[in-house]
Write a protein that binds this ligand. Sequence first.
Ligand code: HEM
Length: 298
Amino acid sequence: MSEPQAGIFVEGSSSHFFLEYKLVDGLSLEQLSDSVSKAVALSDAGVNRVWAFGADCWRSIAPAACPADLKPFAAIGEGRQVAPASQRGIFLWLHGDNHSANFDAAMTATAALAAVATLQLEKIGFLYKDSRDLTGFIDGTENPKGRGQQTVALIPEDEPGAGGSYVMSQQWVHNLRSFSALSQPEQEAVIGRTKPDSIELNDEAMPDNSHVSRSDVKINGVAQKLYRRSVPYGGVLEHGLYFLAFSADIRRFDHILQSMFGVSGDGVHDRLTDFSTPVSGSYWFAPSAAELFAIGSL
Ligand code: HEM
């Protein structure tokens, strides 16, 4: 059994750092592997860390351990409602309950990567109330539980990349002023669940453009399940959700995004996109622990 990076499955952290790095141009494979292997070897008590890599980066580091479908994120949608692409080379998610330790770990990792990668996107996330998005709705109700998390998230044994996971990240910027101007029943129609206790609206009350309607996608009868680990980020001036999800199959992300952005055939857009806007979009691969620590010797 290929062990995954343990930090993927640690839940309830109050402090999160999401770091996206762009690779320096013209690197040799040796330079890249050398710096990355030193950075991934760092560890700090109390800090969970998950490393993931863009398609081009991982394919050059470990071609034999690259899952077949890994690809860069491509923009989805048309007109005003577009999910843009901002694919970079390296992703690091640090989380835990010690914000000071997370900060130190973020600084150290960024210094360790400095010769090969530049930090281009940084979002500081936090647990808001009882795992709520800043809209006030509980986020994660339909997430898989127990062993189901690994089944949903991890590439099966005997496939290239076994024990690893496809990852999608997307920074969303909320317009809370416009969302708060809605009545509670209107807000619940946007999400598709009740606000206090996250109960799914019944069929008669569920609009076909609610977020639940657009994200609960079935393809040939198969539910497109993700293991979501998003948390809110930001402060008063800019805030939103850093969407982060893990999947054994990268196509599930495409199917759900196509449904949310009106390009899955019925032309319906997710009403949530009237109140929040994605400003980044990436696909990554989080290798198994063994493949991560073998970088440089693969
Ligand atoms: C501003 C961005 C987003 C917010 C605030 C948000 C919030 C929520 C909330 C409140 C729920 C209902 C509770 C739950 O089951 O977790 C939910 C469900 C869900 N969301 Fe999102 N979400 C966002 C973006 C996305 C994106 C980009 C995806 C996938 C590409 C996604 C996939 C899902 C899925 C699969 C469900 C469960 C649907 C079901 O089976 O009932 N969400 N989200």
